[in-house]
Design a protein around this ligand. Structure first.
Ligand SMILES: NC(=O)c1ccc[n+]([C@@H]2O[C@H](COP(=O)([O-])OP(=O)(O)OC[C@H]3O[C@@H](n4cnc5c(N)ncnc54)[C@H](O)[C@@H]3O)[C@@H](O)[C@H]2O)c1
Length: 374
């Protein structure tokens, strides 16, 4: 396997370039056993391929992903393309004998996710799916506290990811707003993996779901002077129950494109009879902890930069999106090299399939206006 992760990127848009930025500052990781090298990039757009020319290690720029997959120097492929292309491209990566960091939602629907999961297992390649927020220090603190058992009997769990720019009806349509490219599950496909990663890893798997799904703006400017249909779900609230210590606990999962004022706000809250914790990226340094002592109190901790994989960044500085994205890639590289230890890992193919089972049940629940068992 070697101690250099030699990466190819298919899809050099928003996330493909974010990955390149993580590789470009890999040296901030302290005593990390694996180096990284971005070797090859595939996109259909010349202007994006041109952007990658500034990265000296890139020796192949192509519009044909098969050419990238034939490159002998590529060990791991990161695929960040529209959801309708996930299945075909992920299967091509596996057939080429490469490891994969897939983007969510890991296929456009449940059937695609299962086929990708099965192909991953049959191939023996190392496959994980992207979800970066758990690698923020505040989220890690919530996870540790939840695992410690000091919350007592759990009362409720909330895991949410909120956007707001879609409130603007003049925002042009894009592939994420249309079923044919984003998928029937709409906003759940865009934001859902982000809200299930922590609960699933803590063993909180919904046994039933009641879903409230909303389509709010049903057409948008097409960017050419006309209007285009915008037919995906904008907001999804999934009211679920999970089994914790043999008791059913309510867990609400919210994925919203229209949450007033929320730019890219990921947040989690776990409440119990003895303690609780709340963390939101809206206040990236702030961890709220509930304690039931003689008096009940919510305490605010001003967090620093205690990331799962240590870096040279000062311990008092603030983390942000590029930091957790780099930490996620470090988790992928560490787990692939067998040195993850007890640290948090990236979403597994089985977890990705479980998320699709939940979203498929949510579609059914919304249709029949009743809770659906899982
Ligand atoms: N982890 C996260 O936080 C996060 C955030 C946003 C998007 N995503 C996911 O990342 C993926 C990509 O989203 P994005 O926002 O980067 O989209 P994007 O539209 O910015 O980029 C997609 C790129 O894929 C390219 N492309 C399309 N077809 C291709 C093909 N056949 N071969 C090569 N390139 C092709 C497009 O030219 C485009 O540059 C999606 O699965 C999305 O859900 C993840």
């Amino acid at each position: 396997m070697g101690d250099v992760l030699r990466v190819g990127i298919i899809g050099g848009g928003l996330m493909g370039r974010e990955a390149a930025s993580a590789f470009g500052r890999w040296f901030v990781l302290e005593n990390f056993p694996v180096k990284v090298e971005l070797v090859a990039v595939c996109d259909l757009q010349d202007r994006l391929l041109d952007w990658f020319r500034q990265i000296p290690s890139v020796r192949l720029l192509t519009k044909d992903h098969r050419e990238l997959l034939r490159h002998p120097d590529v060990d791991v492929v990161y695929v960040a393309v529209p959801h309708n292309l996930h299945e075909a491209l992920y299967l091509d990566v596996l057939a080429a004998g490469k490891d994969l960091l897939a983007e969510k939602p890991f296929g456009i629907d449940l059937g695609a996710a299962r086929r990708i999961r099965d192909a991953s297992a049959a191939s023996g390649r190392f496959v994980r799916c992207s979800s970066e927020f758990p690698f923020l220090p505040g989220v890690q603190r919530v996870v540790q506290a939840a695992r410690s058992g000091r919350f007592g009997k759990l009362l409720e769990i909330r895991s949410c990811f909120w956007h707001a720019s879609d409130l603007d009806p003049s925002k042009p349509v894009n592939w994420k707003r249309q079923v044919k490219t984003c998928g029937e599950i709409g906003v759940m496909g865009d934001l859902g993996m982000h809200v299930v990663h922590v609960p699933f890893r803590l063993g909180w798997n919904p046994v039933r779901v009641y879903a409230q799904l909303q389509k709010i703006h049903t057409e948008r400017p097409d960017g050419k002077g006309g209007m285009a249909p915008c037919d995906t779900w904008d907001n999804a609230m999934l009211h679920t129950e999970v089994l914790v210590d043999g008791r059913e606990v309510p867990m609400r999962l919210e994925t919203k494109r229209m949450a007033p004022g929320a730019t890219n706000t990921w947040w989690v809250e776990v409440l119990g009879t003895d303690g609780g914790a709340r963390y939101s990226t809206a206040e990236p340094k702030t961890l709220w902890q509930f304690e039931r002592g003689k008096e009940q109190s919510w305490n605010r901790v001003d967090l620093g930069f205690q990331t799962p994989f240590p870096t040279i960044t000062g311990g008092i500085f603030e983390p942000g999106f590029p930091d957790c994205f780099l930490q996620m890639w470090a988790a992928y590289a560490a787990e692939r090299a067998g040195v993850l230890g007890d640290r948090f890992g990236c979403v597994t193919p089985d977890e990705a399939v479980r998320s699709h089972e939940l979203f498929a049940a949510a579609l059914k629940s919304h249709e029949i206006k009743a809770a659906v068992a899982l």
